[in-house]
Design a protein around this ligand. Structure first.
Ligand SMILES: NC(=O)c1ccc[n+]([C@@H]2O[C@H](COP(=O)([O-])OP(=O)(O)OC[C@H]3O[C@@H](n4cnc5c(N)ncnc54)[C@H](OP(=O)(O)O)[C@@H]3O)[C@@H](O)[C@H]2O)c1
Length: 244
């Protein structure tokens, strides 16, 4: 790969406000982008905006995380131009009836994609950083959103194992754990004036720093790390009585 043809940053679930902010950061830094998602028309709009604003090199690719097999197909597409990083932002939040769908979109789809990208990297010598956006909700199941939390906990365990497997090969895996972020996922659920509510651009900046640095697991904003340490430390006999 030459200086004039640097490897792209792959942004999966690129219509998410956090992903948009991350893509804008990358474009401003002159990094080529591949925006991936299921709404091709919206992706084209985002790409056009980034090309005009930042003269960025931006391509788009359709991908539906609810369909098994899509991760392997996407990985084959990526093999043509091995990426610098694959950042999975996609996710859904539902209730007890949507548990299977959440396990597929929030965990299984990412596992399928990352396994295929890692296998490809082992063949072509690429060194993509594999990054997935999980959630603090995966740290402990709460009555208000435990099916979503369980799907993110499954993702956390998966990423931890993948990191362990890929470390000897020199490949990095980064787990990103946001708390509350101002997006449609939190609309009507979190007080818009809450000091705990982060802006998508703040979370995107934390993700960029994590990819450039050496972090394995990143809480964003940073204060969620101590908050969740306290939540995890509450004994189950007490926790089961709390209204959380
Ligand atoms: N907002 C928060 O407070 C918060 C906190 C912790 C973690 N997170 C995580 O952050 C990530 C981004 O969420 P967000 O808050 O920005 O929510 P969002 O605006 O709802 O974004 C979700 C993204 O996932 C994509 N997506 C959903 N189902 C998909 C599928 N079957 N195939 C491909 N893409 C699919 C959506 O694409 P469409 O545009 O096509 O729907 C969208 O790009 C998620 O993983 C979420 O769990 C968010």
């Amino acid at each position: 790969m030459t200086e004039t043809n640097p490897p792209p940053y792959v942004v999966v679930g690129a219509t998410s406000p956090i992903a948009r902010a991350y893509a804008a950061d990358c474009a401003a830094a002159g990094k080529p982008l591949l925006l991936v998602g299921r709404d091709l028309a919206e992706l084209e709009l985002i790409a056009a905006d980034l090309r005009v604003r930042h003269r960025a090199q931006v391509a788009v690719e359709r991908y539906d995380a609810s369909l098994p097999g899509e991760g392997r197909r996407l990985a084959r597409t990526l093999a043509v131009r091995p990426p610098a990083a694959v950042v999975a932002f996609h996710g859904i939040m539902g209730g007890r009836d949507e548990f299977a769908a959440m396990l597929q979109v929030n965990c299984a789809s990412i596992a399928e994609l990352f396994e295929s990208v890692a296998d490809q990297a082992a063949q072509d010598g690429g060194e993509p950083v594999l990054v997935a956006v999980s959630s603090v909700a995966g740290d402990r199941g709460r009555q208000s959103n435990y099916p979503y939390g369980a799907s993110k906990a499954a993702l956390d365990a998966y990423l931890s194992g993948l990191r362990n497997r890929l470390h000897p090969l020199g490949l990095r895996v980064v787990t990103v754990k946001p708390g509350f972020v101002r997006t449609k996922l939190t609309e009507g659920k979190v007080n818009p004036r809450s000091p705990l509510l982060a802006e998508p651009a703040q979370v995107a900046a934390d993700i960029r720093r994590a990819i450039e640095g050496s972090a394995d697991v990143v809480y964003t904003r940073w204060f969620w790390r101590p908050i969740m340490a306290i939540i995890r430390a509450i004994p189950e006999s007490v926790f089961k009585r709390l209204k959380l």
